[in-house]
Design a protein around this ligand. Structure first.
Ligand code: 5GP
Length: 131
């Protein structure tokens, strides 16, 4: 069965989209550690980061860098943190998280945001994305 992220790519499950090109998609995490927590994924469905082919791996890193730049311009923070875990969803994803405290990257404290806030934030980040 297609991963939940493949279903998002196919448009069967909605997301708060931040950026997209032919090979990659970025959208807000539905249960954010901090405001602006974004996931960057390849459109091909591969479980583990280091199993990606070299071109897709480097492409994902470059796409994530551009999304991080857009995030930095949108969300006040000390820096953008990056993490790859994948214990919950078996489809490669890079977590980009605006950091102000170490707790923001620990996946313990969560930030509640309304659908309206998430939609507005996704649009604001998207407006700063330079593809
Ligand atoms: P990991 O696999 O890296 O441990 O965590 C998966 C991440 O995906 C979590 O931060 C979780 O909140 C997020 N996530 C899981 N399902 C969905 C979904 O349907 N939509 C979005 N936007 N994020 C999701």
């Amino acid at each position: 069965m297609a991963s939940i992220f493949t279903q998002i790519i196919q448009g069967n499950i909605p997301c708060y989209k931040v950026a997209e090109n032919d090979d990659f998609l970025a959208f807000l995490d539905i249960n954010p550690n901090a405001k602006g927590h974004t996931l960057c994924i390849p459109k091909i469905e591969v479980d583990k980061l280091f199993d990606l082919d070299q071109e897709t791996y480097h492409g994902l890193m470059e796409f994530s860098r551009k999304v991080a730049k857009a995030l930095e311009k949108t969300v006040p923070c000390k820096r953008i943190g990056m993490s790859v875990i994948g214990l919950e969803v078996p489809h490669v994803h890079v977590h980009l998280i605006p950091l102000n405290h170490m707790e923001d990257i620990r996946f313990i404290q969560k930030t509640e945001m309304s659908a309206q806030q998430l939609e507005g934030l996704a649009q604001a980040i998207a407006s700063h994305f330079e593809g």
